[in-house]
Design a binder for this molecule. Structure first.
Ligand SMILES: [Zn+2]
Length: 405
């Protein structure tokens, strides 16, 4: 049965529309209806009163390893489901499970678990497939990836080790400047898998070669990549300049200064940059919490995860809701939503289907409270996900939000 969600405003595709009701039917947004707040009669179930909220499309995280004390590299469907269920509290409605550089059997277990959750459902955010980060990366730019498991790029090795699990890969992060890197780039592109340049020491010229061989994406821009210098623009310069590449950014104000993230958006345009969390097991965990990245310990300290041995950054401790707010501080909410929803959806080929509130899209959306600057409700397929209150004890303002419309 169709129902209406009366929203204070909709923010989607870079614009804001005041006083609109979203009409939802069979898990899809089917229409928008303007309403006059002074003439509105009582809103009764199954319709939903969300007049104090701004509806935004659900966020899509293309790069996340875990969170809330769980690691997707545990390699069980249960671990991935546990993360997926907590992610809805942070406004994430879809994500790519992201195995990191590790022994092949651990990578296989993670991908196999992700496939099972994708096929059978997560009871939380959707799993859209996998983003394989490594092992074909440059040891010079390993960052927090365990160096002992880094491998030279090899089409044959990837095919042999993954077999039919290849079909779960949506993005592969690799270093194209290594021997065999261009061949692997071309092969993956031919398979319909997005090649993302990352953990790479590629020069500007080497990056252009990779683009010619099909590379279309850049992994956490500026982090673990050869930096921009005016006589050596390098990979970072090519990411800013070349329209062929979409660019990930970890907008946590720790991995990059907000001005640097802003510069990236100015250089590439608002539609070619997307926020990722690069979230680790430490997401949502308190200071002092320690976890392991394949034999290397990391600790959560001041909103960052750092390697105990080196002090280097070890992925983030935030989810996409924090990225959205940091980004909104610089660009405004409507633009921030592009970076967190529409742009990642388009990068993966879901334009019009996910990451937007336009009629025809999946009814995956969030209700954001402008007073508390919090995401308070998350809907997937038009169904309200059960959220633990993030502000315990505070009454919910939309009194007749109906959990089972
Ligand atoms: Zn990562």
């Amino acid at each position: 049965m169709a129902f209406r969600i009366y929203c204070g405003a909709l923010a989607t595709d870079g614009s804001r529309y005041e006083q609109r009701a979203l009409v939802v039917d069979k898990g899809r947004i089917v229409a928008w209806e303007p309403y006059d707040p002074h003439r509105l009669a009582r809103i009764a179930p199954p319709d939903v009163d969300a007049r104090e909220y701004i509806a935004l499309p659900g966020m899509i995280d293309l790069h996340i390893h875990g969170g809330f004390g769980r690691d997707m590299m545990e390699g069980t469907p249960e671990a991935i489901q546990a993360v997926a269920q907590r992610l809805v509290q942070h406004g994430v409605t879809a994500f790519l499970a992201t195995p990191l550089t590790a022994p092949w059997d651990a990578i296989r277990n993670c991908i196999r678990a992700a496939r099972e959750v994708r096929e059978h459902g997560s009871e939380g955010a959707r799993v859209l497939g996998c983003h394989l980060e490594g092992p074909f990366i440059n040891p010079k730019r390993a960052g927090a990836q365990p160096p002992e498991y880094i491998r030279p790029p090899s089409v044959r090795e990837l095919e042999t080790e993954l077999g039919d699990l290849m079909s779960e890969l949506r993005i592969v992060t690799l270093a194209p400047e290594l021997e065999g890197g261009l061949e692997l780039t071309q092969y993956l592109t031919g398979q319909g898998i997005i090649v993302s340049i990352g953990h790479s020491d590629a020069t500007y010229e080497q990056t252009l070669q990779a683009i010619e061989h099909g590379a279309r994406h850049a992994t956490h821009t500026f982090n673990a990549m050869r930096p921009f210098q005016h006589r050596d623009p390098s990979l970072a310069g090519a990411v800013m300049l070349r329209d062929e590449l979409t660019a990930e950014i970890i907008w946590d104000n720790v991995h990059t200064h907000p001005a640097t993230a802003h510069l990236l958006v100015k250089a590439k345009g608002i539609e070619r940059v997307l926020c990722v969390s690069d979230g680790t097991t430490g997401v949502g965990m308190p200071d002092g919490y320690t976890f392991e990245l394949w034999g290397h310990r990391a600790v959560v300290q001041n909103s960052a995860a750092r390697m105990v041995e080196t002090g280097g950054l070890a992925g983030s401790t935030i989810a996409m809701d924090a990225c959205l707010m940091h980004c909104a501080d610089t660009l405004g909410l409507e633009a921030a939503s592009l970076l967190c929803a529409a742009n990642p959806a388009r990068a993966l080929g879901y334009e019009g289907e996910l990451g937007t509130l336009r009629p025809g899209a999946c009814a995956d959306f969030i209700l954001w409270n402008p007073r508390t600057r919090q995401i308070e409700y998350t809907f997937i397929d038009g169904v309200l996900e059960q959220l633990e209150s993030k502000t315990a004890g505070e009454p919910v303002s939309a009194t007749n939000l109906n959990p089972y419309p």
